[in-house]
Ligand binder design. Sequence first.
Ligand SMILES: Cc1ncc(COP(=O)(O)O)c(C=O)c1O
Length: 395
Amino acid sequence: MAVRTADDPYGLDSLTLDGLRARPGAKWAGVDGRLAAWVADMDFPIAPAIRERLVELAATDVGYANWPRVYRSPLPELFAERSEQRFGWAPDVDRLHEVADVMQGVQVAVHHLSRPGDGVVVHVPAYPPFLATVAEMERRLVEVPAALVDGAWAFDHDELDARLRRNPARVLVLCHPHNPTGHVFTRPELEQVADIVTRHRLVVVSDEIHAELVHPGHPHVPFASLSTEVAARTVTVTSSSKAFNLAGLRWAILHSGSDELHSTLRALPQHYLGAPNVLAVAATNAAWRHGDGWQQAVAARLDANRQLVGNLLAEHLPAARYALPDATYLAWLDMRACGFDGDPAATLRQRGVELSPGPRFGPHGEGFARLNFATSAAVLTEIVAAMGRGEAAES
Ligand SMILES: Cc1ncc(COP(=O)(O)O)c(C=O)c1O
């Protein structure tokens, strides 16, 4: 149970290792007692308004929702308002489709917008399910690699253009903000990408699930907001789940600027994509109406933690290279100079810490691992100290 104090009204610092290890979810229950810094869930207690609403519903009624249509909740309208207020992008409510999760939305889009053998562009390192999607759907992977430029992760958009000239493709899956590097694509970058995809006639499937997790100085610009023409070749998929730590509740939303996908989705029988989960809808509603205070406290903590990661690495694992992420609570660690093998997460597992293995993010992930720093400063300190603990013994 979260312990709330005047200094810590949301209990973000009240985490204990015993409490975390008693949790039933994958992050802590799936790691055999190791310190969990892998899957993208935050350790923080959820916003009080969400918890209260979920408890209230559980205590009264989790039957069919009283919405005008059971397969469409009130969230599309709220999402459109929120998006306009936060990001200056007003999605067309009629083009919003609720889905169970973001990856379902991405796969629905890739399935309907391309065929086996078609090229699908992905920036690498990539969120592993993107790579799995391309392989499972028998599309041809067109990779655009990341590089460290002036201490920050960046993507070479001229290289995107050059690769598309050699490898025609139908779809670009844009991870914006980018997991695992934490790169936030700036407006000029997005404009360059938009120019390229327009010339090569690609549809962009923009996964914006991390949009509300940007750090100061890195505003999120929805890809579809660039222009009417760009919107017409963009499918945006997002959710409340990352920003409010609700991944298990399963709710996401897809906006199809593409007429082709929109008419395909409209033509589906009503229940084909399933109906939204009443608890997820209630939680998202509470998050969006009453979650600002919690969200600001979490944002401040994540901003402090991304700095803390750098300090802790300098102390405990100085050979690791780390570029401050512009967004998210994920640190993409270059451990090639640490003397580990191609999969540093395997060595770190022996030291009692679970990170996400870099090679799962594609071949460019050899020698890398992804650290999730969405936890209290005390737990983060334990995690990075444990990562470095074998150093003295092994050197
Ligand atoms: C970029 C990105 N997309 C999608 C997901 C998964 O979302 P969902 O569980 O809604 O499919 C994640 C989860 O970490 C993610 O980082």
